[in-house]
Design a protein around this ligand. Structure first.
Ligand code: ADP
Ligand code: MG
Length: 180
């Protein structure tokens, strides 16, 4: 496993709400990618980290986590600092892992460059048959509106034709509302 947020690394399946364990079981019984959506703060990153731990426990393959706003922050930094990793190496590093989690897609700042990078990456994931997961506050259709249809179409291809969508709900757990 690599790249996962330290905050959730100690979390176990038992700490997720019961309904979420059922979602976890569904994903673990499949070999396809999934799209995890829901409001800001509903627990998508926590959920996908617990999933990533379970996926890596059950197999010998690499499970890699990457937060997309952070990736593009690093890419922007790479333009004016020769010592930092290049855009090319940052993107190609995400082609190799057998299992990749792209966290918070749709929250990155979108420009032509971001679109091209994402399209290239998703193409490579498709061509190499590599399992890919997404979390987002947006639906796949909204990703299409916000970024472009090419990206939305490729996300759908990586998530069972867009059928493997799990909605975690509308409650922002960060602001201390009821955990429903
Ligand atoms: N299953 C859960 N049970 C209790 N608290 C949770 C659960 N999932 C997430 N949280 C809490 O909610 C907050 C937001 O979780 P996070 O996964 O970062 O949300 P998102 O990625 O959807 O914005 C975290 O601080 C976390 O402690
Ligand atoms: Mg998150």
């Amino acid at each position: 496993m690599s790249g996962f947020p330290a905050k959730f690394m100690s979390w176990t399946q038992e700490e997720l709400f019961p309904g979420r364990q059922a979602h976890l079981d569904e994903i673990l019984s499949s070999d396809e990618g999934y799209y995890i959506t829901g409001a800001v703060g509903c627990g998508k990153t926590a959920f996908i980290t617990v999933l990533g731990k379970e996926l890596s426990r059950r197999s010998t393959t690499t499970v890699h986590f990457r937060n997309l706003p952070r990736l593009f922050f690093e890419i922007r930094g790479s333009y004016n600092d020769a010592l930092k990793a290049s855009e090319y190496s940052l993107i190609t590093a995400l082609i190799q892992p057998e299992i990749l989690i792209l966290d918070d897609i749709g929250a990155e700042k979108v420009n032509e460059n971001v679109r091209d990078d994402l399209c290239t990456l998703l193409n490579e994931r498709i061509w190499n048959g590599r399992r890919t997961f997404f979390t987002s506050n947006l639906s796949i259709a909204q990703i299409g509106e916000r970024t472009c249809d090419r990206i939305a179409s490729r996300i759908a291809e990586l998530t069972g034709g867009g059928r493997n969508v799990i909605v975690l709900g509308n409650t922002d757990l960060r602001v201390g509302r009821n955990k429903t």
